[in-house]
Design a protein around this ligand. Sequence first.
Ligand code: ADP
Length: 206
Amino acid sequence: MRLLLIGAPGAGKGTQAELLASRFGIAHISSGDLLREHVRAMTSLGQQVKSYVDRGDLVPDGLVMDMLRKPVVAAARAGGYVLDGFPRTVQQAEASYAVVRELGVEVQAAVHLDVPADELVRRLLARGRGSDDTRAVIEHRLEVYLEMTVPLLDYYAGREWMFVVDGSAPTDAVHQDIVRRIERLAAFAQPDRSGSGQAQSASQPA
Ligand code: ADP
C-alpha cells in the first residue's frame, strides 16, 4: 500500500504515519525527519539544507526529490510506504508523479489531516523540537503551508483517492478514521476478490 499524508506543521502527520506503518506493515518515510538527520550528521546534503530547515522555508525541490527517490522506490518494492511531508507543493507533486508513474509506484491514497490553526500553534509550541520550533519560525512555517501546500490540496481535491480527516480528534480516533477510509477505498478499488483475480492483481501494489 502506498499512502501520502498531507497536513500543516503540527497536524500529527508523524504520529499517524507511524501508526499506519505498523498497522499495514509498510515503511514510514518522513521528508522532515530525513532532512533533520542529514543536518545532524552534517552530510553534504545536510549542510546545503540546514539554513532552509532552520528558517522554516522549503528546501529546494531537487534536493528533496534526490533524497527521497531511493527510499521511496525501495519501500514500494518491499510492500509499500506512508510518505509524510512530501509532496508539499504542486510543483513537487507534478515532478514526482512523472518519476513514480514510470516505476509503477504512484500513490494509492492521500490523506489530508485537517487541524485548526490555533490548535496547530499550541501543539508546536508544546513540542519544542528545536531550532525550527520557536514561535517566529512556527508562524513562518504556517505561512509557508498556507502559501505553498494549501494549493496542493486544491490541486488534489476531488480525486477519488484523496480524503480529509479531522486531525483535531484524539490520536486513536484519527487513526481509526483513516483506516476506515483506506479500507473503503481499497474495497472500491478491488471489487473482484473472489473471481478470476484479474481485477485484484491490476490494483495490487507494484
Ligand atoms: P512540519 O510538518 O512540522 O513542518 P517536517 O518535519 O515535515 O515538519 O519538515 C520540517 C522542515 O523540513 C520544513 O520546514 C522544510 O524546511 C523541510 N521539508 C520537509 N519536507 C519538505 C519538502 N517536501 N519540500 C521542501 N522542504 C521540506
